[in-house]
Ligand binder design. Structure first.
Ligand SMILES: Nc1ncnc2c1ncn2[C@@H]1O[C@H](COP(=O)(O)OP(=O)(O)OP(=O)(O)O)[C@@H](O)[C@H]1O
Ligand SMILES: [Mg+2]
Length: 478
């Protein structure tokens, strides 16, 4: 018989880190085993039933990557979560490709650890019940909530998701086109106890104005010409589950009143019907228009806005989280490589560089399309710059013009530079951009900026020096 409490194995050569993780995990109700290196870990795995392994990468004897490989080779592998140092995106991606479930970044954010552990254990439970499918836990598919990204603004979003997913609270998801609003709406549903009930999506922009009411609330026979039978609306179809009203900004004003009533009183009538229908529906709405502006222009009711906007979730455009581009690229390369049955396993640094520089007005959808196309055309093992569409190759604007002039940016790579030099230059430009952004957000406070970037204050100071950025104290006030 399996022990009732989940068994977690923590592998790290730093006793302190083991202690911190053990304390938190035990507090969260798990049984914790520890090992100081990969060899010890493997021995323990033979002796005990383990549900989840959390391992550091760099360790003596047998390192985390090798341990991961050995575990994924097991007949019945348990999920593995890697511990990585901040900024080592490459190793993290490598680990995910090798089959890690996810990774956590040092220094730990307690909530992060909690979410990932819970998710990993749940995935394992699910795959254990799906006996027909081999236990294929982890991989890049999924990410956290199926959302790829580890930039601070996404991590914050995961926190909100975690807190509100399993509540009946109405959520308003905003963001530019292609930023993942629908993905978040589905994640809210999937991570709630409604997940076995329907998720019903209504694209308010696609429904003709005079059909909106019958679409949402249904109709009774004879309600209008052509209504030969009766039909339930989307509210009824979503009963017990989640109703996702996409592009809520385009709902006609007269419908807004009816919607507000349905939301406030959880009841409505079908068109042409007399019976009042009550349903238990969780509502998620999304929009890429500025509803505040719509309200000012008289196109959207303020009372409805407040009713919808109980918990706002704003999805940042991709250009505000360029650091997620490498992860997203790996994710999409894998996805389309599998779907298109090619043999593409990665991307050349020079091509990644082009992607890092693009402003992505179409956000993740645009990136996804670019990668799909590139994988399709690629005939090597890695995507090359020539696999990318021409319009991506034009010289981009400098990403942060103002600070860049204050502190001269490292010179752009010359065509004569080798690949390595060009990648290095691109990485330090990206790093610089992120640091400047964090400093701007914190009014130049290095301690706060370091916290945002999840690196030590010392580390940030060193980086700033390296990149020729001065600290505020010695910076002349503008
Ligand atoms: N963080 C992410 N990780 C992985 N895939 C993502 C992410 N965000 C978006 N996507 C993918 O990008 C595409 C666009 O996402 P989605 O449809 O959710 O965007 P949207 O904000 O609803 O856009 P629109 O406003 O145009 O409807 C989808 O294929 C989605 O799976
Ligand atoms: Mg959408």
């Amino acid at each position: 018989m399996l022990p009732e409490r989940k068994q977690i194995l923590v592998v790290d050569d730093e006793p302190n880190l083991r202690r911190v993780l053990r304390a938190q995990l035990e507090r969260d109700g798990y049984d914790v085993h520890t090992a100081a290196d990969g060899e010890q870990a493997l021995a323990l795995l033979h002796e005990h039933h383990i549900d989840l392994v959390i391992t550091d990468l760099r360790m003596p004897k047998l390192d985390g990557m090798e341990l991961l490989r050995r575990i994924t080779a097991l007949e019945d592998p348990m999920p593995v979560v890697m511990i990585t140092a901040h900024g080592t995106v490459d190793t993290a991606v490598e680990a995910l490709k090798t089959g890690a479930f996810d990774y956590i970044t040092k220094p730990f954010d307690q909530e992060d650890v909690r979410t990932i552990v819970r998710k990993a254990l749940r995935t394992q439970d699910l795959s254990a019940t799906e006996a027909s499918r081999p236990s294929l836990v982890g991989g890049l598919e999924g990410g956290r909530y199926g959302i790829i990204g580890q930039s601070p603004n996404l991590v914050e979003l995961y926190g909100v998701l975690d807190r509100v997913a399993d509540t009946p609270t109405t959520v308003l998801v905003t963001g530019e086109s292609g930023t993942g609003k629908e993905l978040v709406a589905r994640a809210l549903h999937e991570n709630s106890s409604r997940r076995d009930k329907p998720f019903i999506k209504v694209n308010c922009a696609a429904i003709p104005r005079d059909l909106m009411e019958s679409e949402l609330f249904g109709y009774e026979r004879g309600a209008f010409t052509g209504a030969v039978g009766s039909k339930p609306g989307r509210f009824e179809l979503a009963s017990g589950g989640t109703l996702f009203l996409d592009e809520i900004g385009s709902i006609p004003v007269e419908m807004q009143v009816k919607l507000l009533r349905a939301l406030q009183e959880s009841e409505f009538e079908r068109v042409g019907g007399v019976k009042t229908i009550r349903v238990d529906v969780r509502l998620v709405a999304a929009t890429n228009t500025d509803l505040k502006k719509e309200i000012a222009a008289g196109g959207f009711r303020e009372d409805l806005y407040y009713r919808l906007n109980v918990v706002p979730m704003r999805l940042p455009p991709l250009r505000e989280r360029r650091e997620d581009i490498p992860l997203l690229v790996s994710h999409f390369v894998r996805k389309f490589d599998a779907r298109l049955r090619k043999n593409v396993t990665g991307i050349e640094p020079e091509a990644l560089n082009v992607l890092l520089e693009h402003p992505w007005p179409g956000n993740i959808r645009e990136l996804e399309n670019v990668i799909e196309r590139a994988v399709l055309f690629c005939d090597g093992a890695e995507l090359r710059p020539s696999d990318l569409p021409n319009e991506l190759h034009r010289t981009p604007e400098p990403p942060l013009a103002a600070p860049a002039t204050k502190h001269p940016a490292p010179a752009s790579p010359a065509a004569s530079d080798g690949l390595k030099e060009q990648v290095k230059a691109a990485m330090s430009r990206l790093e610089r951009e992120l640091i400047v952004k964090a400093l701007e957000q914190t009014g130049g406070n290095v301690t706060h900026a370091a916290r945002l970037l999840k690196i030590s204050r010392k580390g940030l100071q060193l980086k700033m020096k390296e990149l020729g950025l001065r600290e505020r104290d010695e910076r002349p006030e503008p």
